[in-house]
Ligand binder design. Structure first.
Ligand code: UDP
Ligand code: MG
Length: 311
């Protein structure tokens, strides 16, 4: 029997690219010896995305659609795809054709040849993305690797191929805010890279504005590293040390120069500003962990599905 491949495609306001993406993915599927299904997730789009997806369902019975009740975000959309796909393998790919569908063929080849459980895409080149995005992404992945207890491959997104074992394990993960690429690395098993050139967005504009990008990065850091929590300890020790030196300095100073000095006042003011800043920063960090715990403790579903079409 032929193996089945599920292609998971999250879509948020992608009316300009959906049809082209569908065409290109189906072309690739027709060229390989696998049964397939296309799982589109409509993540609360406000444009014609849902209607276009419904049209695709009536055109091709292999197309399935999950419609969210509102916009829950890219990671939730991918989670829903993984949770509802039926393939032996699942490919996660963006709707905007930045990840070329043809690379899925290479991924399948590596998967079979290496007997791997995950083949993740590594970006050689990134076309058509701002210098700012490229440099911050590069720095972020390296920073996260330093911070985290889990080691991540750098310069990878969610574009990857996973097998049934990974899919089943993923479904058992309970956390609410998922940093999917991190979680899949964390699972272990055999994971192999597949190098590719990331292309320009086919049409439309990015659905990841700076604010979403920062939130996403913070989830990566706070869910995979406890190191920031050690910061108060380090700062505390440092400030005790500085305090002692400062006290010694004052004793010596008072001994040799009686009376007050404007320099001294400035020094005190400076240290008040500096240390209250550090204190607030550390409290902010703690607040971030607390907020994340709050999210998890509430135990709400990650997303709400309005409708499943053709399942
Ligand atoms: N996306 C989504 N929900 C969102 C934001 C994005 O499902 O809230 C989808 C989007 O339609 C695309 C993928 O996630 O298929 C990646 O988004 P985008 O290409 O805008 O991000 P970028 O490549 O610019 O980082
Ligand atoms: Mg994109």
């Amino acid at each position: 029997m032929k193996k089945k491949l599920s292609v998971i495609i999250p879509c948020y306001n992608e009316e300009q690219v959906i049809n082209e993406t569908y065409k290109r993915v189906v072309e690739v599927m027709n060229g390989i010896d696998y049964d397939y299904e296309l799982v589109f997730i409509n993540d609360g789009s406000r444009d014609k995305t849902l209607q276009l997806l419904k049209d695709l369902v009536s055109e091709n019975p292999k197309v399935k659609v999950i419609n969210f009740s509102r916009n829950f975000g890219h990671q939730c959309a991918v989670s829903a795809g993984i949770g509802n796909c039926t393939g032996d393998y699942a490919a996660i790919i963006d709707a905007d054709l930045q990840d070329p569908p043809a690379v899925i063929v290479d991924m399948l080849r590596i998967m079979e040849k290496e007997n791997a459980n995950v083949v993740y895409g590594v970006r050689n080149k990134r076309e058509g993305e701002s210098f700012f995005k490229k440099i911050t992404a590069k720095m972020f992945y390296r920073f996260l690797n330093k911070m985290s207890e889990v080691k991540f491959p750098v310069d990878t997104g969610d574009f990857r191929l996973i097998d049934r074992k990974i899919i089943e394990n993923f479904k058992s993960l309970k956390e609410n805010n998922k940093y999917i690429r991190g979680l899949i690395s964390w699972m272990g098993y055999k994971q192999c890279p597949c190098y590719y050139d990331r292309e320009e967005r086919f049409a439309g504009e990015t659905k990841y504005p700076l604010k979403k990008m920062i939130n996403f990065a913070l989830i990566g850091i706070f869910y995979f590293s406890k190191k920031p929590l050690q910061l108060p300890l380090i700062l505390g020790i440092a400030s005790i040390f500085i305090g002692i030196l400062y006290a010694l300095f004052l004793i010596v100073y008072a001994f040799f120069t009686p009376g007050t000095d404007i320099m001294l006042m400035n020094l005190i003011l400076m240290s008040v500003v500096l240390f209250s800043g550090l204190l607030l920063f550390v409290i902010g960090l703690l607040g971030k962990y607390l907020g994340n715990m709050f999210d998890e403790v509430k135990n709400r579903p990650e997303y709400i599905i309005d409708e499943k079409i053709n399942f």
